[in-house]
Design a protein around this ligand. Structure first.
Ligand SMILES: NC(=O)c1ccc[n+]([C@@H]2O[C@H](COP(=O)([O-])OP(=O)(O)OC[C@H]3O[C@@H](n4cnc5c(N)ncnc54)[C@H](OP(=O)(O)O)[C@@H]3O)[C@@H](O)[C@H]2O)c1
Length: 326
């Protein structure tokens, strides 16, 4: 089958090469999916550049989410009866998404939400699971609370704005530049702050402060998050685009009885991902099917144009998600 491999240092998108590799072997508990679309995520860029190595046992092929059709199910797979060959599915995968076939833990399969195309569904699972786990579980967001999300134009950010609104929260979003702020507003954010135009602390405080902050930026945003956090607020670190090592005044955590936490999706166990998949199917998929959470796909490129897809994401010009048509 054709799959994308990283050659050389991976520093440049052109280091991605479409190659011939063996089809994945079908192990017990797994289904083989004929991939139709694969989402492109920032962690793929980091993996290409050698900054986010696949965990032990994971495929070395890039790609953390796919949509497609079930080609085969291992015959002695428990729960296999819930799915059949030919079903259209989407899934979080432990690598291997940029390929014609990918082996998926059967417990991680999700149905394509009613009303969505395979294209829409291919760029949904990774962001939906990440944001659900961090906003609703670690962040324990409740209806009526205010969530502050940075980088609202990103894949993670655009999902956070929509999920926050769907679960009844008020959403304050930050982004850089007028165009990306307009985009964040169009997703339903109640207040959008252009961080190129000034600081976010004052406007967030004027809005009533934040109960939950979902942060992918870190750096100098970290102490500012604490400044505009409400008492008993939760800061959930999901990325460190700016700087991972930060300086914060720990007394503010004590004063506010704040919780500073964070998580990564990929290193979680298969059992944990299965539990999250079920939670997303029960609690998030109904919002997707009702049109209240929409996949926001900026650009879909052909498999052979994977280098262009990475270059586009590297440029930072995208709004929402980028996907590959396999
Ligand atoms: N913890 C997890 O499980 C998990 C899962 C998935 C993703 N992530 C992380 O979440 C982040 C977003 O992923 P994504 O796929 O949504 O990526 P993305 O669409 O490429 O978004 C990146 C975002 O970060 C912003 N940004 C980058 N550098 C910045 C800087 N120096 N200052 C301010 N803003 C900056 C970008 O703003 P501009 O558009 O203005 O450049 C953009 O909004 C990444 O850090 C990724 O590693 C974590």
């Amino acid at each position: 089958m054709k799959a994308v491999l990283v050659t050389g240092s991976g520093e440049n998108p052109t280091d991605l090469v479409l190659s011939d590799v063996p089809k994945p072997e079908l192990e017990q508990g797994f289904a083989l999916v004929r991939t139709r679309f694969a989402g492109v995520n920032r962690p793929d860029i980091l993996q290409r550049r050698g900054l986010y190595p696949p965990p032990p046992g994971a495929s070395i092929i890039l790609g953390l989410e796919v949509s497609g059709t079930i080609e085969a199910i291992h015959p002695s797979t428990p729960y296999g009866a819930a799915w059949k060959v030919g079903d259209e599915v989407c899934a979080l995968v432990n690598g291997g998404g940029y390929a014609e076939y990918v082996a998926v833990d059967i417990r991680h399969l999700l149905p394509v939400p009613k009303g969505l195309s395979l294209q829409d569904a291919g760029a949904l699972p990774e962001t939906a699971l990440t944001v659900y786990a961090n906003l609703m579980e670690h962040g324990a967001l409740k209806a009526g609370e205010t969530v502050l999300v940075h980088g609202a134009n990103s894949g993670i950010g655009s999902m956070t704005v929509q999920m926050g609104k769907a679960f009844g929260a008020r959403v304050v979003a930050t982004a850089r530049g007028e165009d990306k702020c307009t985009f964040a507003k169009s997703l339903g954010a109640d207040l959008v702050i252009d961080t190129e135009g000034g600081d976010f602390v004052g406007p967030v405080k004027e809005f009533g402060g934040a109960d939950v902050v979902l942060d992918i930026i870190a750096g100098d945003f970290a102490p500012k998050n604490l400044l505009c956090l409400n008492p008993k607020g939760r800061i959930v670190q999901v990325g460190t685009s700016r700087q991972a090592e930060v300086s914060i005044d720990l007394r503010r955590i004590m004063q506010k009885q704040a919780i500073l936490t964070g998580s990564m999706l990929r290193p979680r166990s298969g059992d944990e991902k299965a539990r999250l998949t079920e939670a997303v199917r029960e609690r998030v998929w109904p919002f997707v099917e009702a049109g209240r959470i929409k996949p926001v796909i900026d650009k879909v490129l052909d498999f052979g144009d994977v280098a262009a897809a990475h270059a586009y994401m590297d440029s930072g010009a995208h709004k929402g998600k980028v996907a590959l048509k396999i």
